[in-house]
Design a protein around this ligand. Structure first.
Ligand SMILES: [Zn+2]
Length: 127
């Protein structure tokens, strides 16, 4: 009953925002923890304005999953979470991690933050 009335599911995680006053660019390793990284990433050096934290506030990263009839029947059949996620990705769903990587490449947050909050989502998936 829940599955047939669902139209979409959204997931959100909060990541720290890099302090705009002490943000600096760096060139990361090409790959980290099996993920290909953008050529330039950002981090906060720490300054007076952020009390040496290097960050200021938080922002959400999101994953949006529209429920189609195939997904609806997978949910009803209680398919494993990994299978549902693989299907959603094959249908073009942008994952939490992808949204996080986009925000890291834009200098909004750090790669460490993105990996920290998305780690458990990938424990059972080859992504
Ligand atoms: Zn700062």
């Amino acid at each position: 009953m829940v599955a047939s009335s669902l139209s979409a599911v959204m997931a959100q995680r909060l990541v720290r925002v890099i302090c705009p006053h002490c943000r600096e660019e760096y060139e990361p390793e090409r790959e980290y923890a099996g993920i290909t990284l953008p050529p330039v990433l950002y981090r906060g050096r720490g300054c007076e304005k952020c009390f040496n934290l290097g960050s200021m506030g938080r922002i959400g990263i999101y994953e949006f999953l529209p429920i189609d009839s195939e997904l609806c029947s997978m949910i009803i059949k209680q398919a494993p979470a990994g299978a549902i996620k693989e299907y959603a990705i094959s249908r073009g769903m942008k994952t939490l991690r992808e949204d996080g990587l986009t925000k890291a490449a834009a200098g909004i947050t750090t790669i460490e933050e993105v990996l920290r909050v998305t780690q458990e989502d990938y424990a059972d998936l080859p992504l």
